[in-house]
Design a binder for this molecule. Sequence first.
Ligand code: NAD
Length: 491
Amino acid sequence: MTQVNDQILVGGEWRQGRGAPVRPLDPATGRELGCLSGASAEDVADAAEAGARAAADPAWRGLPPHERARYLYRIADLIERDTDRLSALQTANTGKTRAETTALVKSAAGTFRYVGATLETAEEALTPSRGAYLTMSVHEPIGVVGAITPWNSPIASEAQKIAPALGGGNAVLVKPAEWTPLIALELGRIATEAGLPAGLLSVLPGKGSVVGDAIVRHPLVGKVSFTGGTATGRNIAHHAADKLMPVSLELGGKSPTIVLPDADVEQALAGIMFGIFSSSGQACIAGSRLFVPESMYQEFVGELVRRTEKLAVGPGTDPTTRVGPLVHPKHRDSVAAYVDLAREEGGRVLCGGRAPEGEAYAEGAYYLPTVIDGLDNTARTCQEEIFGPVLVCLPYRDEEHLVELANASVYGLACGIWTRDARAAWRLARRIEAGTVWINTYKQFSSATPFGGFKESGLGREKGRDWIRAYQRQKSLYWGTDEAPLPWAVG
Ligand code: NAD
């Protein structure tokens, strides 16, 4: 049984939150993992004030970047030391398989290391002088930033915000998703153990409409980095506009995964299944719309369905499991409602389309991997993000038809292309409206490569050498080089 410690991290102090309780579940069994005190708006205010003090303290603000990097390296080492424990906790709270949660923990450690390395090598610019002065462009911390994360990839999502926010010289208030608060609190413990000065990191679980909203609106919070649904992101952007505060938004997706006639079929099938069914489809970048040429449609989709029916569904703790439970029974119900909608819209459910039967699944939030076709591209189930193990398949006539269908979406997060034809891959990769395009691979991430969405999939980028810049303010300095006074006021 997982031990849940009922304390949250507010401005450097571990204490009981003053907000509504948070009750994380194990979605494989439906059992509560414990009850912890959520944060209140007052806790957010305390955290913001302590954060502002800690960020302004010369002991932090005056620290050269390579010394800030040391904290990030220490945190990375401690995350790695605790990989097993963190992976087990994450599997208990999200239902993901141990292989997936181990990869997420390692990716979080990698994020802290990569950001540390960019800190050691980030340069300020001496810009070309255009007068009797030297000009410099430098970057400074914002002060206190908010980091609001979703439930689908905890630890990786939090690390992607905490590392560059601290690296940029700020204090950070983290608000994890209500269903998955446990790992963020563990990160708080690790940062404390790493000796991070008190107040620089607060972890504030609770309801988005209370705790998240209080973070976004707090006058001391100078930037919010948000990952989550598009509707929530839009709401946060409205509040940010009122404060004229910068926001980064990593939002939803309905990403096309495209088979070209010359694709390596084995590679395409494996990649498409991984792209939609790993993490039970609960990934912003899930390849949830499959496009196949009319000429090979029946055969390709038939084989995909045969293989999908064989995927092992079970608890994340079973090493043979490929598809774990969904994160929460309420989310499973939402996915099931979308499949019912697909039926009403005229779709044919080729496999799945229901919860698995049997005692082993009775209490968990399971749903079978599902393949649907026969829908028009304008159907809601082809346009809206389902965020579960549900793939819609659509045939296309030629490249023009394909591009038109693939780009007919409010989203633009990712795309997969399966082909041996390098020229066709290049052409398509440049024509599809998506922030990331994978060619003959899918769902791969590199800290060194910027990530973010087009259209309603988001604003701003995470990762890459400029990662910390999203958490800093740019300042220009002019150093006069003339000994004489400026001529205008000379008597
Ligand atoms: P969500 O938008 O419901 O919640 C995300 C976070 O925002 C949670 O912590 C929530 O408590 C908080 N929140 C909710 N209302 C708020 C408010 N009014 N003010 C401030 N904060 C508020 O999303 P979710 O259901 O937790 O996650 C799934 C969504 O996240 C999907 O749409 C998915 O595509 C998206 N996502 C995007 C990326 C990306 O990088 N683009 C990555 C992962 C998930």
